[in-house]
Design a protein around this ligand. Sequence first.
Ligand code: PMP
Length: 315
Amino acid sequence: MQLADLTVYHDGRFSRYDDAKVGLLTHGLQYGTGCFEGVRGFWSAREEELYLLEVGAHYARLAESARILMMALPHTTAELCELSVELCVRNGFRTDVYLRPFAYKANEDIGVRLHGVRDAFGLVAIPFERYFESDRGLRAGVSSWRRIDDTMAPARGKITGIYVNSALAKSEAVLNGFDEAIMLTADGHVSEGSAENIFMVRRGVLYTPDPSQNILEGVTRRAIMTLAREELGLTVVERAIDRSELMVADELFITGSAAGIQWISSLDHRPIGDGERGPISSRLVDLYDGAVRGTLPRYRHWLTAVYAARRVATG
Ligand code: PMP
C-alpha cells in the first residue's frame, strides 16, 4: 500500500494522505508544539479481525498532553475511538497497524506561545510490522543525554518537541553500536529508553521507575504490570533505580506500543544475567502476545474489534 493513497483524517474530514497538508510556518512544525499518540492494532487471521489495543487509554493520554499544551481536542475520547475504527475500516487493513493521532498548534505566523493559537488534529493509520528487527536481545547503552526534566518541559506528556531528546539519545546509541539508549534523569536515576519504558527483574521482583522519574507513563508499562501481578503473581515495585542496579539485574526489558516487549541482552557491554532471554521476560512476552491478539479472554476489554464493531453498527 502506497502512503500517498492511504485514507487519513485531517481537520475534520477524510482525505488522501497526499492531500492532507500543513504549511511550512505551522507552529507545531516550527516550535514542536504538538502532541501525539502511537496506537497499535493487531490482525487476527484466525478471527479475520483487527484489534486496536487500549485505544481509549491512548486517547485519554492525548487529552492529558493537550491539556498541558492548552489545546482543545475537536472530539471526545469516545468519538476519537470511533474515528479510529472508521479510519481502519476505510483503509480495509488486514495486517497489524499503527495509528498516529496528533494535535498541533496550527497558526502559520511568527511568535512562539501556547495561548491564542488555533489547534488542529490529524489521524494517520499505516500497516506496521516490527519496530525492532529481530527477537534477539537488544544491546543497550546508557545515554550521555539525560531525560528531559519536568521542570524544563512536561515529560509525562507525549509532546512533539520533547522527542528531540529521544532522537539525540537514539542516534547516539545506534551510531555507537548499540540498539537502544537508556536515559538517566538529571539526578542520575534510570528513566527510560528513547521510546520505551524499562523494567528490571531482580531476585524474582519486578521493578520499574516510578512516574516521578520523568517517564512517559506508558500504556504498555501498565499492561505489563497488570500481567505480571495477575498472571505471574509477581511483586511489582515502582521506585527510583540506579544505573548499576541495571548492570546486576537478572533480566531487563523495555516496553512500548511500537516496541512491544523487547528483552535486553547487555547494558554498556555487560551481559544481563547469562545473556539469554530470562524466564520472566519470556512469559510476559507470551502473555502480552495472547492479550493483544485476543486469545486471553480476561484481557479482551483492552481490545476494540474494528470489523465486528462495524458489522454490528451496520446490522
Ligand atoms: N516513553 C516514551 C518516550 C515513548 O515515546 C513511549 C512510546 N509511546 C513509551 C515510553 C511507551 O509508552 P506506550 O507503552 O504508551 O507506548
